[in-house]
Design a protein around this ligand. Structure first.
Ligand code: NAD
Length: 297
């Protein structure tokens, strides 16, 4: 029987553990605060931000939301971030991507104070991660490590293939897999859009993390028997549904399930873990900034 990981359930466990830490911080007069900043009318971004606010509320984190006009000058966004950097009640800052054209994304990432950078995209935090001294781990790859831990999937000595080399998923995932330590120590290959023969790599892998953003790129014929398959992809494809589309991953679930030992579904796999790890980083940020020790899940 293939083990289909229930990401919603694992994320719920993490949120429930975090609730206790939030309570400890709040009792010490240091209630964690997360600021979300949105500068876009994109409905998907609006949904993501409101889900993150709801998650905060559920565990007792204070959420502050700043919404800027899509057409506002870029300076308004940089100034907003600076202001939040100075606000002692805000421990984590998340600027929702993608950004509008007039904004320089690299400047935004560099403007967020590294100690409040709960997405872990600031160059200082990227550098620390690569050096094996992470302040925060980026939410999606960290969530994947937690899923593997929860399911008892050993990474040490495993052949891991990461499909995708983005700064938010592929590269940090590969960096975490190659680190010495728990849920690292994997022999890691990164595949991308210019990889000559993707299947030749995935077929050798004990663990495949698919983060290409290509619907059903990886099917069962490309996998090794018993492999662990983590599907990060969230792709909208036309479908005969009420909304006119459905969400599919980067893995063709039905054929992959026949071969894999363990697999994550889409939705309900990696997505909820990404959101839970944002709360984790916010609690960690508050604990550090306020000098109040808490146990993290
Ligand atoms: P991206 O577009 O920034 O990067 C995609 C990467 O895939 C690129 O590095 C590219 O080289 C590689 N790629 C593209 N086509 C390929 C192919 N045919 N073969 C091999 N590699 C190929 O995307 P991203 O931001 O890393 O996101 C990837 C997917 O994960 C998207 O579907 C996104 O929606 C989803 N995502 C999900 C979560 C979550 O929490 N579930 C979080 C972030 C991203």
């Amino acid at each position: 029987m293939t083990n289909v990981i229930d990401g919603d359930a694992v994320a719920a466990e993490i949120r429930s553990d975090l609730e206790a830490s939030v309570e400890t911080l709040t009792d010490a007069g240091a209630r964690p605060g997360l600021a979300t900043v949105l500068m876009s009318d994109d409905p998907a971004s609006e949904t993501y931000v409101s889900m993150k606010q709801n998650d905060c509320e559920e565990v007792g984190i204070e959420s502050v939301h700043v919404e800027l006009d899509e057409d506002a000058p870029a300076e308004e966004l940089y100034d907003t971030v600076e202001e939040l950097n100075r606000d002692p009640d805000v421990h984590g800052i998340l600027v929702q991507m993608p950004l509008v054209d007039q904004v320089d994304e690299r400047r935004v990432l560099r403007t967020v104070a590294p100690e409040k950078d709960v997405d872990a995209f600031h160059p200082e935090n990227v550098g620390r991660l690569v050096a094996g001294d992470a302040r925060f781990k980026p939410c999606t790859p960290h969530g994947i490590q937690k899923l593997l831990e929860h399911e008892g999937v050993e990474t040490e000595g495993a052949e891991a293939v990461v499909v995708g080399r983005s700064n938010i998923v592929g590269k940090p995932m590969a960096n975490l897999f190659v680190q010495k330590g728990p849920f690292g120590n994997a022999t890691t290959t990164v595949c991308h859009s210019r990889t000559a023969d993707l299947a030749a790599h995935t077929r050798e892998a004990d663990i495949v993390v698919a983060a290409a953003g290509v619907p059903e790129l990886i099917d069962g014929s490309m996998l090794k028997e018993g492999a662990t398959v983590v599907d990060v992809g969230v792709n909208r494809v036309d479908a005969d549904t009420e909304k006119g589309y459905e969400l599919v991953g980067d893995v063709e679930f039905e054929s992959a399930k026949e071969v894999a030992g363990t697999i994550t579904p889409v939705p309900g796999g990696v997505g909820p873990m990404t959101r839970a790890m944002l709360l984790y980083n916010t609690v960690k940020a508050a604990s550090r900034q306020e000098g109040v020790d808490v146990t993290l899940p």
